[in-house]
Ligand binder design. Structure first.
Ligand code: C5P
Length: 226
């Protein structure tokens, strides 16, 4: 880990718009991006492929500590996630994978096994880290911490649009229930629960468009830059 490399941590619940905002901010700053949710999702895909159950914390942590994962961009600049050389991008984004990721994310041994992989993304000139515990646990020394929220209704509608665009067949009411259940699990877990860092700037994106949120995040970052 290179502690001198600045980190911008963007945390918040699912559907708060973090992913889109983090990606745009990273592009504007010319910094690397860590989508830590994808790291938990890849662990879920690898565990399912290996037949490891979420009840088996030890084996689940072994899967997490040796993930042969690569995050790449294809010729069109779209993200591609490879596990042992196999393209698992679509599987990673499915609701089933999200649900399993949320269940294994409560396991302390898995969270700790994934720390090294997440911290390895911290390379010059800087890192935008998107997740639930970026500012609290993974990069507590982040130069700037943002906690992005939005109403549960707004978040369910955003997820609905996103998944439909990606060709998934989903129902809004089901998504709303899933989001509420995952929020509760993320907030209630003993290790690294979802909460803003004490020094985080909170942004409620319910009534803002993506570009407005991106601008607020860039402003927050500019305010802390030496
Ligand atoms: O953000 P995304 O939906 O891709 O994350 C999948 C799951 O991984 C979340 O529901 C959450 O439980 C877990 N997660 C986490 N800590 C992170 C990122 C994701 O616990 N930093």
């Amino acid at each position: 880990m290179n502690a001198s490399v600045p980190v911008l941590a963007i945390d918040g619940p699912s559907g708060s718009g973090k992913g889109t905002v983090a990606r745009r901010v990273a592009t504007q700053l010319g910094w690397r991006l860590l989508d830590s949710g994808a790291v938990y999702r890849v662990t879920a895909v690898a565990a399912a492929a290996a037949g490891v159950s979420a009840a088996d914390e030890q084996r689940m942590a072994e899967v997490a500590s040796g993930l042969p994962v690569a995050f790449e961009a294809d010729a069109a600049g779209d993200e591609r996630i490879l596990l042992a050389g196999v393209d698992i991008t679509k599987q990673v984004r499915s609701e089933e994978t999200g649900e399993l990721a949320s269940r294994i994310a409560v396991l302390p041994a898995v969270r700790s096994a994934l720390l090294t992989l997440q911290r390895s993304f911290r390379t010059p000139p800087g890192l935008v880290a998107d997740g639930r515990d970026m500012g609290t646990v993974v990069f507590p020394d982040a130069a700037c911490k943002v906690f992005l929220t939005a109403s549960a209704e707004a978040r369910a509608e955003r997820r609905y649009k996103q998944l439909k665009e990606k060709g998934f067949d989903v129902r809004l009411a089901t998504l709303f229930d899933d989001i509420a259940r995952r929020d509760a699990r993320d907030a209630a877990r003993v290790v690294a629960p979802l909460r803003p860092a004490a020094d985080a700037i909170e942004i409620d994106s319910t009534a803002l468009d993506v570009q407005q949120v991106v601008q607020r995040v860039l402003d927050a970052m500019a305010a802390v830059k030496p």
